[in-house]
Design a protein around this ligand. Structure first.
Ligand code: F6R
Length: 366
């Protein structure tokens, strides 16, 4: 059932081009003019009535929520808050009938997420679930559902569910933006074309894993790893750090690169690996300064940048380039080398990749 792969996790990493294709299938207009989310049936007035979006989830799905916040705030210009479900449900959240609460859950069974959804409904909020399991408790409880079509995810560490959650959130943002008139037709077209190119680009990354594997073998026994990034790269850094921690048991931290000076830099010493994500053009120069800061402390820096970046090689020890894409789509590709890094580090350490200690696939208790 692992289809020739050694672990479910690596099988699922390799299934991402297909998962992306299925999640976008039938949802991108043939002429690239927009997103088709017939399951929502929202009118302009429905979307105009939304004053705030609250995104709620746990773990990796929460990290997808952070990316979702960028998407909705940037493209739809509605304020968004993101919360972990176990915090949201106990803090008397400020949601009402003008709030759209979006819960994200691969399994659709996570207890805290389900409870947060019920709480939001009780407070009168409109609710939407982004989930991978048809007929799951969360899918049944929410007013509306956008299904991700990642297929069954068996490995405890979530991979293809995350990438398809990002796609679900981006399609939602473009759909809302179209109804609110906050995006130009050209910009919509660029993103739709970018989405259509993604499966092939994900394949390209998966066809060249050797450098990542080599690095993971070389640094698999280090004690600490730092992930840094700005803007959407910071959101991906959080996910890369979680992946590494949960399956390889290496201590990892993700930091917004601009926060380094406010504490973390004290921990960056000679030989500490720093994974620096630099795919976001708007903050690229700032990111280079942060890379120089950690290099000055003799960190070993792996830069993840976009193809066509001619500078990155000069500043980092190893560069990994993702195929050139739109800034909003970059996270969907950037996370793939980070998943591979976590996977090969865990394999190098002989860890039980598919069943990390103390963790369950679906957390149906508090
Ligand atoms: C991490 C991981 C967990 C889940 C979290 C939420 O790799 O898998 O952090 O993302 O337990 O699970 P779902 O998405 O099923 O609600």
């Amino acid at each position: 059932e692992k289809g020739g792969y050694e672990h479910f996790m690596i099988k699922e990493i390799y299934e991402q081009p297909k998962a992306i294709r299925e999640t976008t299938s039938g949802r991108l207009a043939k002429d690239d003019s927009g997103v088709i989310l017939d399951e929502l049936k929202w009118s302009k007035d429905d979307v105009a009535a939304i004053k705030k979006v609250a995104i709620v989830a746990c773990g990796t799905a929460y990290h997808a929520g952070i990316v979702g916040k960028y998407y909705i705030e940037q493209l739809v210009r509605i304020p968004v808050e993101v919360d972990v479900a176990s915090e949201f449900r106990y803090r008397a959240p400020l949601v009402d009938e003008h709030t759209l609460t979006v819960v994200i859950s691969q399994s659709g069974e996570t207890l805290d997420t389900l409870a947060a959804l019920k709480e939001a409904k009780k407070l009168g909020a409109r609710t939407l679930a982004v989930t991978n399991v048809v007929g799951s408790s969360i899918a049944r409880e929410a007013d509306q559902v956008i299904y991700t079509w990642a297929g069954p995810e068996i490995a405890v560490a979530s991979t293809k569910a995350y990438t398809t959650q990002l796609i679900g959130m981006l399609m939602l943002a473009v759909y809302m933006a179209t109804l609110r008139g906050t995006m130009s037709a050209d910009r919509v077209r660029e993103i739709i074309r970018g989405l259509k190119a993604l499966p092939g680009q994900a394949h390209e990354i998966l066809d060249n894993v050797e450098p990542i594997k080599t690095f993971a073998q070389q640094y698999g026994f280090c004690e600490d790893v730092f992930f840094i990034g700005r803007s959407l790269d910071y959101a991906v850094a959080l996910e890369g750090s979680l992946k590494l921690k949960e399956i390889s048991y290496i201590h990892a931290e993700a930091y917004a690169a601009g926060e380094l000076k406010h504490g973390t830099l004290a921990l960056i010493i000679e030989g500490v690996p720093v994974i620096a994500l630099a795919t976001q053009h708007d903050v690229y120069e700032k990111m280079l300064s942060n890379i120089k800061e950690v290099k000055a402390r003799d960190a070993v820096v792996i830069g993840v940048a976009m193809q066509g970046d001619e500078q990155i090689d000069k500043y980092v020890d190893h560069a990994i380039c993702i195929p050139a894409t739109d800034k909003y789509l970059a996270p969907i590709l950037t996370v793939i080398p980070l998943q591979l890094l976590a996977y090969y580090a865990a394999v190098t350490r002989g860890a039980d990749v598919d069943k990390p200690r103390n963790l369950a696939k679906s957390v149906t208790v508090e």
